[in-house]
Design a protein. Sequence first.
Length: 420
Amino acid sequence: MSFNNLQLIEPVLKALSEEGYTTPTPIQEQAIPSILQHKDLLGCAQTGTGKTAAFAIPILQLMHQEQQASQQGRRAIKALILTPTRELAIQIEESFKAYGKYLDLKHLVIYGGVSQYSQVASLRRGIDILVATPGRLLDLMQQRHISLQDIKYFVLDEADRMLDMGFVQDVRRIIAKLPARRQTLFFSATMPPEIQQLANILLSNPVKVEVTPPASTVDLIQQSMYYVEKMNKRSLLIHLLRDTTIETALVFTRTKHGADKITKDLSRAGIRAEAIHGNKSQNSRQSALQNFKSRKTRILVATDIAARGIDIDDLTHVINYDLPNIPETYVHRIGRTGRAGASGIAISFCDYEEKMFLRDIQKLIAKAIPVAKDHPFDVPLMHGTPYQPATQQSSSSNNNNARRSPGGGKRYGRSFAQRA
Ligand code: AMP
């Protein structure tokens, strides 16, 4: 399958070819034809699958065709893409820019934490495609700088993350202002009940597309597990990063405070690192990301929310300084490396308290992560019972939607890896 088989118009094909895209990813192959036929879409997919292009390409094409057919006067916002984080919003707008470079469609990205002045000025000049985070969008709607009355295409991106970040009420308020006649594309990596309910409200007779990057991504990535005492994690990290073959590494921590602390420790050890998390200003997040992408900074330390959707080409290593309590998060994290078919390396630290998280992760990915024993901080006592793949679903595994929380509570969610 090539993009030439997807009934795409010449200016889009040319832009894709300049981006170096030759073959559509599975989600693109499945979603693009349906979207071009004006169907609603429910996409179970996360970043790394090519989902941005899966909605951006057909939206650009449909809007271009409508523009050609009508003698357009004033520009009005006809496509709205709502996404939870500033980083994602920026990346989505960059994608529209890249794929639409030979079209006459204007796009804008708006997000909070920065002055609204230049955003409002761009809105006044007229735009066709708006990429937004919920808070700033509502704010500018309330100030009457934005009207959604002409929206024909609505994309809700990372719906489950909207829920996690407490944006669902904002999203509902935005949805209430959308015209009833529109095409809606809904993306979520997981489908907890509240998200399913939102999808039911928003979508009409949707085509369902489900892609399973976890299995394929996980298989491409060389994973290893380092058993280590909590107090030795920092020394182990520094020990590993002394290896200069690690060109770039994204280090994940559970907390913002942890991210800051590790960054300081690394810097003290002479390893250039920057942190990115929700307490950092928009400017410092962008500059940390830019420095990392341009390889000025070798190590980026991030929390899950800040890192979700960050798209870094050629990221060679992901290091889980803390193991996540939600097994799907492990898959999301290590999926930052090994993108678009490239291989990558994922290193994880596991202390005593995290062993139950490890068990859940291995169950989800259905394999044992090889244990690295040859390091100065190994804890031989922890090399316990190896993971045994389940031969059949036992009744106790019926509860496999339940996720552990550090406090011992449960979190509900269901990944498409489990459904696949
Ligand atoms: P996304 O899942 O939208 O975050 O995309 C993940 C990465 O894959 C981005 O860096 C895209 O530029 C890249 N990508 C998307 N579609 C393709 C494709 N068909 N061929 C090569 N790379 C792609």
